[in-house]
Write a protein that binds this ligand. Structure first.
Ligand code: AMP
Length: 429
């Protein structure tokens, strides 16, 4: 079996990995690291949870360790681009952890916070800069970043960056980078836009692909409950009010819905916090800290906000709303069953999202088992042939009933104690 030493990584990195408790490389690391140590460009098809961060961070740190260079004012030796501030800080933390026995400077930059401290960190040059594209361009325009000597470039979660509309920013950044550089592009999916981007940015790249989706998805126990829209909060409460739900992520489509769901859970004695784009950086960090230390049991998130969540111990993922893009379902449920553990992914499906469930089942290649013997079951939702909602319009909000969302526990929940107990047993790890 390959271990990190066989891959030829420098001693201080091996020491840090040992301290992290990493014994063997994950498949993406085992495949990608040799190419990256050789200096090849790389197209990596892998999603979060596969160990892809270390796959690109370790070779970069190895090059820094074995070929040290003095950085000048504002110079950057390795540039990592990632779509969200959460992901940017997590990647920054990973570099700090894996490189703790190396002498190197690193910085993270993202929007939504003042720039002074970020600029200060860049002043004497950095070996590693992890950046969100928008803030990077801002600081470049102000003359605080010099990419003329950059040797390593990573685009992480490239498909997400394109989804979020960063393509022009990426092109602008890539245009100023030296031709002679090593570029790594990581993406969970390979739509034609990524193929095009890869062709234009990478030179004879090695292709490395891991298929965590099937292996991770196999470990995730999935279920769907059909419910009416106005009973979803009660159904969710029934599901999360269970000691075996240690740490859960609940997904909603809309930011305001994330707030409402978190409020409802809190009112009913379940500690919950919402994270989405309208929350301040401080509020998001507090929520994530609470989630990590266990004081927040449930994180209610929209897809974009959840992208950077990197917590290994998520026991349950709940889709309060199904996603309208099947790929998002795979991303969402991949938040549980991390690092070899098992996990539950339970979805609520109302009539108007029924069509999305079909798409998801086609995407994952199997039916999501339906659970019907619970107090909120709606046969109408199960059999629905309604067209899916058009997102972004007022229709969803207009249709939504606020009934059953009052304070206190729903009476149905109380009288259905047995059914609830059964659910508890059913969805326990
Ligand atoms: P990533 O896909 O980079 O987000 O990594 C997912 C999780 O796996 C992170 O919590 C890493 O700390 C962890 N991890 C990465 N590589 C290894 C490894 N070789 N052994 C054990 N855990 C790892």
């Amino acid at each position: 079996m390959t271990d990190f030493a066989t891959l030829g990584l420098a001693e201080p990195i091996l020491k840090a990995l040992k301290q992290q408790g990493y014994e063997t490389p994950t498949p993406i690391q085992e495949q990608a690291i040799p190419y990256l140590l050789e200096g090849r460009d790389l197209l990596g098809l892998a999603q979060t949870g596969t160990g892809k961060t270390a796959a690109f961070a370790l070779p970069i740190l190895h090059h820094i360790a074995t070929r040290p260079k003095k950085m000048q004012r504002y110079e950057v030796r390795a540039l990592v681009l990632a779509p969200t501030r959460e992901l940017v800080s997590q990647i920054g933390d990973s570099f700090a952890e894996y490189g703790r026995y190396l002498r190197f400077r690193h910085a993270v930059i993202f929007g939504g916070v003042g720039q002074n401290r970020q600029v200060e960190a860049l002043k004497n040059g950095v070996e590693v800069l992890v950046a969100a594209p928008g803030r990077l361009l801002d600081l470049m325009a102000q003359g605080f970043i010099d990419l003329s000597v950059t040797e390593f470039v990573v685009l992480d979660e490239a498909d997400r960056m394109l989804d979020m509309g960063f393509i022009h920013d990426i092109r602008k950044i890539m245009a100023v980078l030296p031709e002679a550089r090593q570029t790594h592009l990581f993406s969970a999916t390979m739509p034609s836009s990524i193929d095009e981007l890869a062709r234009s940015l990478l030179k004879e790249p090695a292709l490395v692909q891991v298929t965590p989706e099937s292996s991770t998805v196999e470990r995730i126990r999935q279920a769907v409950l059909f419910v009416n829209g106005d009973k979803k909060k009660d159904a969710l409460l029934m599901l999360v009010d269970n000691d075996r739900v240690e740490r859960a992520v609940v997904f909603t489509l809309m930011k305001h819905e994330a707030n409402k769901v978190a409020d409802y859970l809190n009112e009913n004695g379940i500690s919950a916090a919402a994270i989405h784009g309208n929350k301040s950086q401080g509020a998001r960090e507090r929520a994530m800290k609470g989630f990590r230390d266990g004081s927040v049991k449930v994180l209610v998130a929209t897809d974009i906000a959840a992208r950077g969540i990197d917590v290994d111990d998520v026991s349950h993922v709940f889709n309060y709303d199904l996603p309208n893009v099947p790929e998002s379902y795979v991303h969402r449920i991949g938040r549980t069953a991390r690092a070899g553990r098992e996990g539950w992914a339970i979805s609520l499906c109302e009539a108007e999202q029924r069509a999305w469930l079909h798409d998801i089942e086609r995407r994952i290649g199997k039916a999501v088992p339906a659970v019907t013997n619970h107090p909120y079951h709606s046969e109408e939702s199960r059999l629905s042939t309604m067209p899916p909602p058009v997102l972004g319009g007022g229709r969803r909000q207009g249709r939504r009933s606020e009934k059953g969302q009052g304070r206190g526990r729903p009476s149905a929940g109380r009288s259905e104690g047995n059914a609830q107990q059964k659910m508890r047993r059913r969805f326990s790890r």
